[in-house]
Design a protein around this ligand. Structure first.
Ligand code: ZN
Length: 135
């Protein structure tokens, strides 16, 4: 894929791929240890806004809950599944989940990868992190 035919969301691409494994780039608070993804301007644990440091979070986790969307925003082909994943790194992440609600089970192991989450009106794929069943 070339950058002319795709767009990334968010444009900051808060992820890194190494040896086929995706890490999500979040933040950790040096005051209280709270971690978050995506990174935040203010710590949700202690409310401070200084000493928030970048942290690389391994994307392996457990599917906490999910829902199948049948009427979505423009550009989101339906049906699709959205869910919360509890990363082993201690952060809950909202993202699209591969598969259908009938295929998925709460508590199953999932891992993030980069792939299309929707399509713009001109046909450009919008690429982001999403989760799928761990191999
Ligand atoms: Zn904090």
């Amino acid at each position: 894929m070339s950058d002319q035919t795709v767009e990334y969301f968010p444009t900051t691409r808060p992820w890194r791929e190494k040896d086929g494994r995706l890490s999500l780039i979040g933040m950790t608070c040096a005051h209280c240890g709270t971690r978050a993804f995506p990174a935040r301007e203010v710590c949700s644990g202690c409310g401070r806004d200084d000493r928030l440091e970048e942290v690389e979070l391994d994307s392996a986790g457990t599917l906490y809950t999910f829902s199948e969307v049948h009427v979505g925003p423009k550009g989101f082909p339906t049906p699709y599944v959205i869910g919360y994943v509890d990363l082993d790194a201690g952060v809950r992440v909202l993202a699209q989940i591969n598969g259908t609600a009938a295929d998925l089970k709460v508590g199953e192991r999932v891992t993030a990868h980069v792939g299309p989450i929707r399509q713009r009106g001109d046909g450009t794929d919008v690429i982001s992190y999403r989760f799928g069943r761990s191999a």
